[in-house]
Design a binder for this molecule. Structure first.
Ligand SMILES: CC(C)(COP(=O)(O)OP(=O)(O)OC[C@H]1O[C@@H](n2cnc3c(N)ncnc32)[C@H](O)[C@@H]1OP(=O)(O)O)[C@@H](O)C(=O)NCCC(=O)NCCS
Length: 169
């Protein structure tokens, strides 16, 4: 059951937010991915994607947008979007377990989709682990459907076993 009563504030991530975003990512990943990928892969991917230097670089990149969500002044989630091989991609979407299933993910998807539409893109794409059933259900609810399946080598001996999903705008 979703609630529509939360007051959600969406703001761009700025450099001073980087340590808090990295810590929030670790907390949410530890609540999400055990049972889907190994702890070694979780640690590897967190370092690869949320290392502070990596996040500072992302903030400098004109083809990337980092948005964060607050509820009652508490930072509870984030969505990163980017131009990827000529398409508009929702690259990361993570909501703290305390506030999942209350519409925050939907609000961030709407925010990102509005940006993609304004820039003239016909759809938003994303990659999601094939075993992440809750996220897949959420993406379906917000208009995404599976376009293809991919197994991508991400280095370190790890692979991502993903669906590529697409939401027409
Ligand atoms: C997936 C995620 C981003 C969705 O954000 P959210 O704020 O929880 O989602 P919303 O409240 O906007 O949408 C809720 C829908 O998501 C799905 N969903 C979210 N949490 C769920 C749960 N615990 N159990 C089952 N379905 C769930 C359902 O389809 C739900 O719709 P319903 O409540 O009408 O059944 C969020 O749950 C999350 O961060 N999950 C952990 C991290 C993750 O997997 N991120 C995606 C990586 S690709």
């Amino acid at each position: 059951m979703s609630s529509t009563t939360l007051a959600i504030e969406i703001k761009p991530v700025t450099p001073p937010d980087v340590p808090a975003i990295a810590a929030l990512a670790r907390e949410i990943w530890q609540a999400t991915y055990p049972g889907i990928i190994t702890q070694e892969q979780i640690d590897f991917m967190l370092e690869q994607r949320y290392g502070h230097e990596r996040l500072y670089d992302d903030l400098e990149d004109a083809d990337k947008w980092l948005d964060q969500a607050f509820v009652a002044g508490r930072r509870i989630g984030f969505a990163f979007s980017e131009l990827y091989k000529g398409e508009f991609k929702l690259d990361k979407l993570y909501i703290h377990p305390d506030l999942q299933r209350q519409g925050v993910g939907g609000a961030l998807i709407a925010h990102v989709a509005a940006r993609a539409k304004k820039l003239g893109y016909p759809c938003v794409i994303l990659a999601v682990n094939k075993r992440n059933e809750k996220a897949i259900a959420s993406y379906r609810k917000y208009g995404f459907s599976v376009r293809e399946t991919v197994v991508a080598d991400i280095g370190g001996g790890f692979v991502m076993d993903d669906f590529i999903m697409e939401k027409p705008l």
